[in-house]
Write a protein that binds this ligand. Sequence first.
Ligand code: ZN
Ligand code: ZN
Length: 266
Amino acid sequence: MKKKIAFYALLGLVVVLSCSKDSDDSPPSNGNVDKTANLQVTGSSANDILSNTNFDKLVFEIVYVDGFRPTTTAITNFETFIRERTFKTDIEFSYRSLASPNEESLTTEEVDDIEQENRTAYNDGTTLAVYIYFADAPSDGDDLDEGLVTLGAVYRNTSMVIYESTIRDLASRSNIISVSDVESSTLNHEFAHLMGLVDLGTELVNDHEDPEAENHCNVSGCLMRAELQFGGPTMKLLEKNVSKGAAVIPVLDDECILDLQNNGGR
Ligand SMILES: [Zn+2]
Ligand SMILES: [Zn+2]
């Protein structure tokens, strides 16, 4: 078991590192749209997401591959989560479908290329824009049989990818856990990284970072556990919640909430 956790942690680290690596490049902006504010490192907009100091409106540009639109239930849960933890009250979602890129798997670089070609919403005045891509192909390097699959990732301050086909595959194997449960859990986990958790732009109040999994929480059952970006462990955790009679979708523990409150959140 210990060996497994270490491996998840390692994978997690790779995701985070590849995110930060991409973020230094600032390609020239197209036309007169200034993209600079949306090309920053992961976690650097945490305070802007949490508080209303610089931005009082949050818009989500949801771009999904034809047939891979997220469920309405998941987006409703996601919006509730944001309202609970941030001071944003003006929140909008827009949806647009794209043709499949026809890839067997996607690297972070490929996901980023798709964003550069298709994203249209950028920060504007006091409106903060976040882009989420729902993919029809798994993350590069996944092993579905082992459950060692990536459900989602963040790769810049306002950029997320959700591996929707992977989520549907996993949920279809369970009688208890629905697609929207896994989508909600993944959306909340990844967005919490954009809100700066854990120690990713939002400072720790008390030390609760997992020493074996950078930017994840060591509190059992917390939404920010490192296991929650991977398929097999996520399904196990959600099923355990069901059997305990607890809420299916994991929530943030007190330490993570305290960090958010200390950085302008609720
Ligand atoms: Zn994570
Ligand atoms: Zn936590």
